[in-house]
Design a protein around this ligand. Structure first.
Ligand SMILES: Cc1cc2nc3c(=O)[nH]c(=O)nc-3n(C[C@H](O)[C@H](O)[C@H](O)COP(=O)(O)OP(=O)(O)OC[C@H]3O[C@@H](n4cnc5c(N)ncnc54)[C@H](O)[C@@H]3O)c2cc1C
Length: 393
């Protein structure tokens, strides 16, 4: 295996600066009432974005033309982990999902006028964006089941369908919508469209009540009824929607891993502090092997996760698609994070399930991470099929 992912000093320094920012400026907001069950409000997001700009840690991954540092994937691995030390951190430094993945996609596929109108405002945090693929009765684990349609009518596309679990829907300023072409030479192929929001033909039926609470705008159910978009609203080329989804998904699922690794580190710090001070049966909890072994298992889970992230990041930086590695990293990291959050709750005893620490919140978010960006079973199924077909040794 060919690996060399030594990180430049510049990235290491930025990661340290980002972590210091999260500890000093972001963590104090963790009890802010504007962090609701449907995520932090836009008011809170904008306030934290302003602090991140002042601290010089805002949006380091975006391209230099929009004020970022155009971090490569290895750089992101370090900085996003640092941001993830608080759930509010990625939102504060503007590397949270779905914007981060959407920015990456537009940076690769959008035309100059689309960059100016959409990407510029997304990258600078002026608007939030959503990615609309999943459907209640169609696309899910299997996107080819998409039922949302796009039909060309003269110089306009007419789009109809329902989407759900759409992160950030409430308050978003633009949408990337995936739909299947109806008629024309690309009949049955998926296309991506860019739309300004709000739009009266894209109605938020409701915001779902979910276990997780880290994404601004919650997760919405959208009805798209006769949305009319100009012919040039297509992102990239007609019929290449699934291909572009791959451009977005591999790095986007890896950046979830990076951010949540930061949360695992924080949960471990909280649990270790407790184990160092709380006494039971005449000694510190951490002196009981049953507890210290849990801390050791956490350490090993986080180490494995970090190596999987760095290797995949490095491969992506070499221009490799890293399809297998990003699938493996997604499963390794989401499952490791869930175990770490669970063990930390256990070490904290009754305190662990209260909101007196953030570990309880990490645990709820960790559960959702095993489902979005491909459930574990779908990644295992795809990897296993490639092994059986002799495509992966
Ligand atoms: C918090 C959260 C945020 C999300 N944000 C977005 C978003 O912004 N935009 C968007 O478009 N979507 C979003 N999603 C949707 C997400 O991508 C889907 O939930 C995911 O792709 C799974 O689809 P599904 O929920 O329809 O599950 P289903 O397709 O109904 O699958 C259910 C279960 O079946 C099993 N399964 C499926 N296929 C296989 C297989 N081949 N082998 C073995 N088992 C299998 C898995 O265990 C899976 O969990 C979000 C989801 C969550 C939970």
């Amino acid at each position: 295996m060919d690996i060399n992912f030594a990180a430049p000093a510049e990235f290491v320094e930025l990661a340290a600066k980002t972590k210091a920012f999260v500890i000093d400026k972001v963590i104090p907001y963790e009890n802010d009432p504007r962090w609701t069950s449907h995520g932090p409000t836009d008011e809170l997001r904008i306030e934290l974005n302003t602090l991140a700009k002042e601290a010089g840690v805002f949006a380091p991954h975006v391209s230099k033309e929009y004020g970022g540092r155009a971090l490569n994937q290895v750089g992101r691995a370090l900085v996003f982990e640092a941001a993830g030390y608080s759930i509010l951190g990625p939102m504060a430094v503007h590397c949270a999902s779905p914007d981060e993945g959407n920015i990456h996609l537009l940076d690769h596929v959008a035309r100059p006028d689309q960059r100016e109108h959409f990407l510029k405002r997304m990258a600078t945090g002026q608007i939030r964006s959503i990615f609309c693929m999943t459907e209640p009765d169609g696309a899910g684990s299997d996107p080819s089941m998409m039922t949302t349609t796009a039909r060309l009518d003269g110089n306009e596309w007419v789009i109809n369908g329902r989407k759900w679990l759409i992160t950030g829907a409430e308050g978003a300023g633009c949408a990337i919508i995936m739909a299947k072409n109806e008629g024309g030479p690309m009949d049955g192929h998926a296309t991506m469209f860019l739309a300004d929001l709000p739009d009266p033909t894209i109605r938020i039926e409701r915001t779902l009540d979910t276990m997780d609470s880290s994404f601004t705008g919650g997760h919405g159910v959208l009805e798209i009824k006769d949305l009319r978009l100009p012919a040039d609203s297509v992102l990239g080329e007609v019929g290449k929607g699934f291909r572009y989804a791959q451009v977005r998904l591999a790095p986007a699922r890896l950046s979830h891993c990076m951010r949540w690794l930061g949360s695992a580190v924080r949960a471990q710090d909280i649990a270790a502090d407790y184990a160092r001070t709380r006494v039971a049966f005449g000694k510190k909890l951490g002196e009981h092997e049953g507890v210290s072994f849990m801390l050791a298992d956490n350490l090993m889970d986080m180490h494995g996760a970090r190596l999987a992230i760095l290797h995949t990041a490095w491969l992506l930086d070499q221009g490799d698609r890293a399809a297998n590695e990003s699938s493996m990293a997604k499963v390794i990291c989401s499952e490791a994070y869930f175990r770490v959050a669970d063990r930390c709750m256990q070490i904290l005893g009754g305190l662990g399930i209260t909101r007196d620490t953030v570990v309880e919140r990490f645990f709820r978010d960790a559960r959702a991470f095993r489902i979005y960006d491909g459930p574990s079973e779908v990644h295992r199924w795809a990897l296993g099929a490639r092994v059986v077909a002799g495509k992966i040794a």
